[in-house]
Design a protein around this ligand. Structure first.
Ligand code: NI
Length: 174
């Protein structure tokens, strides 16, 4: 396994539309393991999409199970995913490994029904809600060349992350 390089905005490959996976073989499964290792190595690390490492195929991994007190399906390998229904809308703060210096407020459906294939080509369906549904919608956007920067509720809904250096040089309250 290997940690792959993450493409960072404004890399033009992040704006491409990814192609469906057609071959479910060992080379796909070995790429999925590398992609997962890359996701887990990053800060936050709840989701990643193949185009973020320059592979323009419709492959997403989401695992929000480390977050306390939320409903989730554990580790999900989602290939050629499709949202077949959605309901409700909520605004929430999102971050992205490809937009490391910012977070932003984005509106997403609260509930989704998702159909996808796993890494062996088996079809699965999931009912998801809130945080997990948000993570999946964020990662699926990458497959269509969309970043959270394209989805901001407004221009004021973009926030610069506080870097460790900036935090260290900040005057302490006395
Ligand atoms: Ni992202």
């Amino acid at each position: 396994m290997a940690v792959l390089d993450i493409l960072v905005y404004p890399d033009p490959r992040l704006k491409q539309i990814s192609k469906p996976v057609v071959q479910f073989d060992d080379s796909l499964r070995s790429f999925v393991l590398d992609l997962e290792e890359t996701m887990r190595a990053g800060p936050g690390g709840v989701g990643i999409a193949a185009p973020q490492v320059g592979r323009l195929e419709r492959i997403v991994i989401v695992d929000v199970s480390a977050k306390p007190k939320i409903k989730h399906h554990g580790r999900l390998i989602l290939i050629n995913p499709e949202i077949i229904s959605k309901e409700g809308s909520a605004v929430g703060r999102e971050g992205c490994l490809s937009v490391p210096e910012y977070t932003g407020n984005v509106a997403r459906a609260k509930f989704i029904t998702l159909r996808a294939l796993d890494e062996f080509g088996k079809s699965c369906e999931f009912q998801m809600e809130r945080y997990e549904a948000r993570a999946v919608q964020h990662e699926m956007d990458h497959l269509d060349g969309l970043l959270l920067l394209d989805r901001l509720v407004s221009r004021r809904d973009l926030f610069r992350r506080q870097t460790q250096e900036a935090a260290a040089s900040k005057p302490k309250p006395s």
